[in-house]
Write a protein that binds this ligand. Structure first.
Ligand SMILES: Nc1ncnc2c1ncn2[C@@H]1O[C@H](COP(=O)(O)OP(=O)(O)OP(=O)(O)O)[C@@H](O)[C@H]1O
Ligand SMILES: [Mg+2]
Length: 407
């Protein structure tokens, strides 16, 4: 499967290197390693090896042609002309016009020469990435799955608050799906009392379209729409990936952003959600147990063939006073921390007591600001200048004694 070159989301460009020897493939991999943009994941196979399951879904194939005169264009042609196949970058050892023409006629998207030039390669990959993103994004919302391997780290709270932040601060249309089917806590976190739930869609014989899906959503006061978990624990057994997959497809047609509370248990349903996610936000706290379990999940992703989905790590209930520091977490996981959400008991208490959402009950709190920042980061918006200019927010994040201050 594709190996990760650096931190990347499900949106990374998958590049497959095909070359006759380990040395030539290594040389191509070396230059790919220097490409700063776009984000890529790389795999390689020998020229005489068949495409394995998993490598067949490459976005780009970099194929080193043999040094014959002319080279054998047939493998290139087969790949480049396959229906919905990858874009093929032909890598040549010889730059004669006949050979370039031959490669282009065989279907090569671009022709590159050895030794590879980093800028040429980067330009070719950027072009492919831009086209691909354009196709992917037409009428399609982003899906973010929130998940953990430990109970009580704050997945549900963060899903709810992130949904509110996205809706209120970035103006996106936001839908949330409670796939933690047995717990079904998301409605409480959003202070909603759903009448209908995902169970009302369980009859898969009835066509699922946007009208049917909309009819079972619960709209919150801030404008966030919830697809609630079943009301009874035993009903969760009746929800299968056969239902979850079309539900998510329609949700992403209806909303700019879809957030999914995947809870802490791996199931057929959550795997289907992960697979469809643009990003997987993996919530941890500063405990050894959370770190240990994270390794197990990363390994599971690999075994499921989902290791191209690189989770983004969010440390929740962060406090500078905990024994395990941010740097130690990043070092242990060998991955960077994507976001830190401070521990803020006071603001969450205010939410409970007032029965209002975080952005009404404690809009200036460190918690609200950090969730807003994460929301902006996810959708590529700039955080509100005002909140950064005030300067207090960043200071509060890094100052443990102030992290609990409410607004
Ligand atoms: N940033 C935070 N600061 C302080 N308390 C928090 C924070 N985030 C969550 N909590 C609290 O932690 C508790 C657990 O949160 P939550 O239910 O969201 O976790 P979870 O991961 O969804 O749990 P479960 O595994 O049971 O689904 C709640 O009491 C919540 O109020
Ligand atoms: Mg939960």
């Amino acid at each position: 499967m594709f190996t990760q070159r650096r931190e990347s989301g499900a949106g990374s460009l998958k590049v497959l290197i095909i070359g006759p020897t380990g040395e030539t493939r290594g040389a191509m991999r070396g230059v790919l390693g220097e490409v700063l943009e776009p984000e890529i994941v790389v795999e390689e196979i020998a020229s005489d090896q068949p495409l394995a399951r998993g490598s067949a879904d490459a976005d780009v194939v970099m194929m080193l042609l043999d040094s014959g005169n002319p080279p054998n264009f047939e493998p290139l042609q087969r790949l480049a002309q396959a229906e919905a196949g990858p874009k093929v970058l032909a890598v040549l050892q010889d730059g004669s016009p006949e050979i370039i023409r031959g490669a282009l006629r065989a279907g090569a998207h671009e022709v590159l020469f050895l030794p590879l030039n980093r800028l040429d390669l980067s330009r070719a990959l950027l072009k492919i990435d831009e086209t691909r993103r354009g196709v992917l994004r037409q009428g399609m919302g982003l899906i973010f799955s929130l998940v953990s391997a430990s109970g009580g780290v704050g997945v549900t709270t963060l899903t709810a608050n992130l949904a509110l932040a996205l809706q209120v601060r970035t103006g996106k249309r936001v839908g949330v799906v409670d796939l933690d089917l047995q717990a079904g806590d998301l409605s409480t976190a959003l202070n909603l009392e759903p009448v209908k739930t995902i169970m009302d869609l369980a009859d898969v014989k009835q066509k699922l379209d946007s009208i049917r899906l909309e009819s079972v959503l619960t709209k919150g006061p801030a404008g966030v729409y919830l697809l609630a978990a079943p009301k009874r624990v035993e009903e969760s057994e009746l929800v299968s990936s056969g239902l979850v997959v079309p539900v998510l497809d329609v949700m992403r047609q209806l909303f700019d952003v879809v957030l999914i509370d995947c809870g802490r248990y791996m199931s057929e349903n959550t795997a289907a959600a992960w697979e469809r996610s643009d990003q997987l936000l993996y919530v941890i706290d500063q405990s050894l147990g959370a770190l240990r379990r994270t390794w197990r999940v990363l390994e599971l992703l690999k075994r499921l063939g989902l290791n191209h989905i690189a989770p983004r790590f969010v440390v929740n209930r962060y406090s500078g006073r905990e024994l395990i520091s941010e740097a130690q977490i990043a070092q242990t996981l060998a991955r960077p921390i994507f976001a830190k959400i401070p521990r803020d008991d006071r603001s969450l208490k205010a939410v409970l007591i007032q029965g209002r959402d975080l952005f009404k009950a404690a809009p200036k709190s460190a918690l609200a600001k950090s969730v807003e920042l994460l929301a902006c980061k996810l959708v590529g918006d700039r955080p509100e200048k005002q909140s950064l200019r005030r300067g207090g927010f960043l200071k509060m994040l890094f100052s443990p004694q102030r992290a609990g201050a409410t607004g």
